[in-house]
Design a protein around this ligand. Structure first.
Ligand code: ADP
Ligand code: FBP
Ligand code: MG
Length: 319
């Protein structure tokens, strides 16, 4: 293999640039050329790409977002577009692809491998919802962004003795809510993986009130319900005036943490090694600090499991 492609797809995640850099530098180290494909699968279909040399990925390891842009590309669900893209790649002499993205992007990559085009998946999403890896690129940075925001909200919540509901991202996964809730000492954390219990949330608020707590913070994952809906429910039952903050897309931006840069560098480089060994339909991941690879199809047969011990601990520590 003398020429490979790399693209970023789905929701962007801090550390994607560090992964692109690792792919380009590692491949060049082995005298393999890398083409950067723009706008995810949209660019794959249209053959929108550019040769990335060593210098082109200089100065991006610390930058959020993705130099290659990203997209959600519904057309890619149709085989005729995937075949069109494969033709464009063949014309350019590219016979392997590294897909940096989330679970949806992995499905697209899997479909390409079924058509005989070699792909390796690199996990990057702030949701941390890819089965088979302890962490995805971008999760740690987003987590720190959320915790910093909660710390700031806590200052004003304490000053005014307010109750706040903070809505964090996570379509189907509660990881961001879970980890940030524990790190910021939230009174309640509401995640899609655990049953919703309004009585428990209210009981916690009341216990806090009884011991003269100056504020309360409730974290809700967007996948459960909007913060506004939860605020209405609590207000109806208790009369408590609740403030809400929806953190939104600030969670996806910003300079990647050192953890995400190191993770992206390790996983990006490892993905190149696999392609160069002629492997395909593999995903790279990290388990107990070790980089490894597994069958891309595992994302269809296994579901990402949030660490529920953190949920239990959070409840125990925020009595
Ligand atoms: N079943 C599928 N078949 C082919 N392509 C898919 C499939 N699911 C997702 N994709 C492609 O992957 C893109 C990114 O998926 P999405 O779920 O939006 O983000 P993420 O990869 O971050 O989870 C989609 O816009 C689409 O182009
Ligand atoms: O910016 P968009 O397209 O509305 O997407 C929002 C979604 O993207 C995410 O930030 C990341 O999800 P993906 O990795 O699946 O793209 C989710 O947490 C959020 O629900
Ligand atoms: Mg996803």
């Amino acid at each position: 293999m003398k020429r490979i492609g790399v693209l970023t797809s789905g929701g962007d995640a801090p550390g994607m640039n560090a992964a692109i850099r690792a792919v380009v530098r590692k491949a060049n180290y082995h005298d393999v050329e890398v083409y950067g494909i723009y706008h995810g699968y949209e660019g794959f279909i249209q053959g929108k790409m550019e040769l990335l040399d060593l210098g082109s990925v200089g100065g991006i390891i610390q930058r959020g977002g993705t130099k290659l842009f990203s997209s959600r590309c519904p057309k890619f669900m149709e085989e005729k577009y995937r075949l069109q893209g494969i033709e464009k790649m063949k014309e350019a002499g590219i016979d392997g692809l590294i897909v940096i993205g989330g679970d949806g992007s992995y499905r697209g990559a899997y479909e390409l491998t079924k058509l005989g085009f070699k792909c390796i998946g690199v996990p990057a999403t702030i949701d941390n919802d890819i089965p088979g890896t302890d962490f995805t690129i971008g999760f740690d940075t987003a987590l720190n962004t959320v915790v910093n925001a909660i710390d700031k909200i806590r200052d004003t919540a304490t000053s005014h003795e307010n109750t706040f509901i903070i809505e964090v991202m996570g379509r189907d996964a509660g990881d961001l809510a879970l980890w940030s809730g524990l790190a910021a000492g939230a009174e309640s954390v509401i995640i899609p993986e655990e049953p919703f219990d309004l009585d428990d949330i209210i009981a916690r608020l009341k216990r806090g009130e009884a011991r003269k707590k100056k504020h309360s913070i409730i974290i809700v994952a967007e996948g459960v319900m909007p913060a506004s809906q939860l605020a209405d429910m609590i207000k109806e039952r208790t009369g408590i005036d609740i403030r809400i903050t929806v953190l939104g897309h600030i969670q996806r931006g910003g300079s990647p943490t050192a953890f995400d840069r190191v993770l992206a560098s390790r996983l990006g480089a490892y993905a190149v090694e696999l392609l160069l060994e002629g492997k395909t339909c593999r995903a790279v991941g990290i388990k107990n600090q070790e980089v490894y690879d597994y069958d891309l199809q595992e994302i269809f047969t296994t579901k990402h499991q949030a660490d529920i011990s953190l949920y239990t601990l959070s409840k125990e520590l925020s009595i």
